[in-house]
Design a protein around this ligand. Structure first.
Ligand code: 6PG
Length: 244
């Protein structure tokens, strides 16, 4: 399902409402809510909105029953400006009453990225008690090259079938990344792509209407719900019937 919002603020608000609904339902169903947060710039507005005391969401999110994971992380320490954890902590987690024991970050500071990935997989397996964890909500973004999480075009991770978390070397960024893999992403109960900005027009059109294959298109939840929330700028190139 594609939902298009007039601007980035309304996109963040639509995503915040969805977050609260899924969180409330998961706690009613299981007693807790498991969510994987995405990095990059687009979700930051959502995180700020969820924690904003002048907005309704901060009092509606079941913070003490929400467990936070990350769909990917950069290979940097948690206080590094490029750290997805750092961005999320500053935008949201430091401003709300979430128990530290509910925050499960990737140890990007580990010089051995593969070890950090393997450790994160064990954390997910231990905390969910599932051999293939089903997270209640997985947030994802879309890069202009069609990557999502840290699954980039041409990456060997695209073909991963057993590991839940991997540490691919990303040549064009000259660094390792730690990322949830497709088996884990596609087992999400709800997967939500947030995409904003005119710089995403081409790739959004390609992903929905193009011939070529992009990593983001490989996110097809097996039994979960896939949603795309776009702002008008990012959706600008879509055919009319895709925008309705
Ligand atoms: C990351 C992200 C990545 C991101 C896209 C879009 O760690 O960078 O998880 O997959 O979602 O690159 O990034 P923007 O939102 O900044 O355009």
């Amino acid at each position: 399902m594609i939902e298009i919002f007039t601007n980035p603020q309304e996109l963040a608000r639509g995503a915040a409402k969805h977050f609260v609904t899924l969180g409330t339902e998961a706690v009613a169903r299981n007693g807790f809510f498991t969510v994987a947060l995405s990095g990059g710039s687009t979700p930051k507005r959502l995180y700020q909105l969820l924690a904003d005391p002048d907005e309704p969401f901060a009092s509606q999110v079941p913070w003490t029953r929400t467990h936070f994971f990350w769909s990917d992380e950069r290979h940097v320490p948690p206080d590094h400006p490029e750290s997805n954890y750092c961005m999320t902590y500053e935008a949201m987690l430091s401003r709300v009453a979430v128990p530290e024991s509910n925050v499960h970050r990737v140890h990007g500071e580990n010089p051995n990225a593969a070890e950090a990935a393997a450790e994160y997989e064990q954390t997910l397996l231990r905390l969910t008690g599932q051999t293939l964890p089903q997270l209640d909500l997985i947030l994802l973004g879309l890069g202009t090259d069609g990557h999502t999480a840290s699954i980039f075009p041409g990456s060997e991770v695209l073909h991963e079938t057993s590991r839940l978390v991997a540490a691919p070397w990303v040549e064009k960024l000259n660094t390792y990344r730690i990322t949830m893999t497709l088996p884990l992403l596609n087992n999400g109960a709800a997967v939500l792509f947030l995409v904003s900005g005119a710089d995403k027009v081409e790739i959004v059109k390609e992903v929905f209407e193009g011939e070529k294959h992009y990593p983001a298109q490989a996110v097809q939840p097996t039994c979960g719900k896939l949603s795309w929330m776009l702002d008008k700028d990012a959706a600008g190139g879509l055919a009319a019937d895709n925008r309705e």
